[in-house]
Design a protein around this ligand. Structure first.
Ligand code: FBP
Length: 565
């Protein structure tokens, strides 16, 4: 090995220098050889009248698909674009930048790209770097967002919009690409609308990113990062399953990231087939109390113990706590208390104890009783600050430990009543940040590159308020379809930080959807047997049936998503 490669891994070297993402057939000759075909006008998923009123310029636009054609005008225009990575990291962010850069340069070498640093706040601070091939080359096909970093600033005040408008002009930016999840793409469409209102000829395009997998619809088949993150977690969970059947002495409780939605947990469930997979959306629909959730877990523990198996694996979605009806009610009440008293919280209270007693006094007696029954660290998290978009920091709430405490109590009670004779030893885990910055899988490396390239095509064709969409993902990249969907079609009104706001609606696990139904058919068998599957690490090389596979969720869902323009 040469001196130069000794400070980067062999894999990094290989990915950076050799892997070449594939473009779909439609982009074979480049961005000047496509035409945009408009579909029917769209409407928002809910609250149509309110969203139409708020987004007068970006509501009701048609879905757009790119087909082969010619558009020589795009070659003549010289355009300067800015890109922002926003929200939580997801594998493939650097390839969005690479695809965008290549798409812009392919059509005209004079086109420029800058990256705002540290998320949306970079636009407000005019903090950016010029993207050039020399530096970008080191980041191609790598994980992380470290080239330009990320942030979660919410753009909502008039001052912020005004400053963005001015700063884009000062930085000579003609178009902005925001790579993010539901909240970040809400920022994108709000900025697009504002710029239109001000008659500014600047486009804003979003790119669907989030490991959580909750930014999707029939066009956005998946958000990028979900594939790699679930493969990373599945490897780890599979290894734990093998440890469990080898030692046969522990129950492992594994919380998986994913915020409110349980898509990650469901997908890892398919990949590994553990004994218990909790799905938050099902718990909410069935209105299961905390005690009922514990009952359902204990039932499996007791059954397995009767078969001489005092071991097993239980997957817990990160956002579980928000789906348990009584907890949901508590969180809504706390959100309102925190918003109505935000000045007191920032200025008056020094200690957590003071905050707690203030909050406890304001809750109804039922909720006060509930909060008093929770462990102190969970209470502290529940009354801590929300993120700028009003989300509770569920990644910091150790639900798996809390569940284990409750299970222990229940089993002790069962023992006294002679209903359980086993031995319960548990180990808890949280897999979250481990999954967000790995080298993107081949799927994500291709998908993100094409999303970026397609974003360049949208901008060059003058689309604003659109999200880059790449479909037909179950097929090889050559057959992928490209185009854009109006972001407003994903929006509704939600209560955030104690106020009603227009936001993109998260797509949660659909209990009537194919993935959940398939899972429901299999889970009873998984509970009592050891049907564990060991997926092993992500494969970047080798046969396509190993290195090119996508998620089970996408495979199950795909046949249902026949798109019509
Ligand atoms: P995005 O929705 O921004 O993609 O973030 C996803 C996520 O990884 C969640 O799964 C997790 O709950 C959250 O970010 C953690 O946020 P933070 O990085 O601020 O700790």
């Amino acid at each position: 090995m040469t001196q130069k490669t000794s400070y980067i891994s062999e894999l990094q070297c290989e990915r950076v220098t050799r892997f070449k993402p594939e473009l779909p057939e439609v982009f074979k000759k480049g961005v000047a050889f496509i035409k945009a075909v408009n579909g029917k006008p769209t409407q928002s998923v809910a609250d149509q009248a309110k969203i139409r009123d708020l987004f007068k310029n970006t509501y009701g636009l048609p879905i757009v698909k790119f087909k082969k054609g010619t558009n020589p005008v795009v070659k003549k225009k010289i355009i300067n674009v800015a890109v922002v990575l926003s929200g939580g990291q997801a594998p493939g962010g650097h390839n969005v930048i690479a695809g965008l850069f290549d798409g812009l340069k392919q059509v005209n070498k004079k086109n420029g790209l800058i990256g705002y640093i540290g998320g949306p706040s970079g636009i407000l601070k005019k903090s950016f770097k010029k993207i050039d091939e020399k530096v970008l080359a080191q980041y191609r096909n790598t994980g992380g967002f470290d080239y330009i970093r990320s942030g979660r600033t919410k753009i909502e005040s008039i001052e912020q919009f005004c400053s963005i408008k001015d700063n884009l002009s000062v930085c000579n930016v003609d178009a902005l690409v925001i790579v993010g999840g539901d909240d970040s793409n809400t920022n994108a469409v709000m900025i697009a609308e504002y710029l239109k209102q001000k008659n500014m000829d600047k486009c804003v395009v979003g790119v669907p990113k989030t490991i959580d997998g909750d930014l999707k619809n029939k066009y956005i088949e998946t958000s990028f990062g979900f594939d790699t993150a679930t493969k990373t977690y599945a490897e780890l969970v599979g290894n734990i399953c093998r440890d469990a059947i080898s030692a046969q002495k522990y129950w492992h409780f594994i919380r998986l990231m994913g915020r409110s939605a349980s898509h990650i947990t469901l997908e890892v469930g398919f990949k590994v087939q553990p004994n218990i997979v909790l799905i938050g959306e099902e718990i909410l629909t069935k209105k299961m109390t905390l005690s009922k959730v514990v009952d359902s877990i204990v039932e499996v523990i007791v059954k397995r113990s009767q078969d001489g198996k005092d071991f097993g694996i239980c997957l817990v979605p990160e956002g579980l706590i928000e789906f348990i009806p009584e907890m949901k009610e508590l969180i809504v009440a706390l959100n309102d208390i925190l918003t109505d008293n935000s000045d007191k919280f920032t200025e008056q209270f020094l200690s957590m104890e003071e905050k707690k007693s203030f909050v406890f006094d304001k809750l109804s007696s039922k909720l006060s009783e509930l909060i008093c029954s929770l462990p102190t660290d969970i209470v502290s998290r529940l009354i801590s600050d929300r993120d700028p978009h009003g989300n509770i920091a569920v990644s910091m709430i150790e639900t798996e430990k809390f569940l284990v405490e409750m299970i222990q109590k229940r089993l002790a009670d069962f023992k006294k009543k002679d209903k359980y004779k086993g031995k319960f030893s548990s180990v808890t885990h949280f897999f979250g940040y481990e999954g967000r910055c790995g080298f993107p899988s081949n799927f994500d490396a291709n998908y993100t590159y094409v999303l970026g390239y397609n974003a360049a095509a949208l901008i060059l064709n003058g689309f604003t308020g659109y999200m880059s969409f790449v479909g037909n993902l179950i097929k090889a990249p050559k057959q992928w379809e490209c185009g854009g969907i109006p972001i407003t079609m994903m929006m509704n009104i939600e209560r955030r930080n104690g106020k009603n706001k227009p936001v993109i609606q998260k797509t949660l696990v659909d209990l009537n959807g194919k993935p959940f139904k398939e899972f429901a058919k299999m889970r009873d068998k998984w509970a009592v047997s050891e049907s564990y599957v060991f997926p092993g690490p992500i494969q970047y090389f080798g046969p396509a049936n190993i290195s090119g596979i996508t998620t089970r969720t996408l495979q199950y869902e795909h046949n249902k998503n026949k798109k019509t323009l």
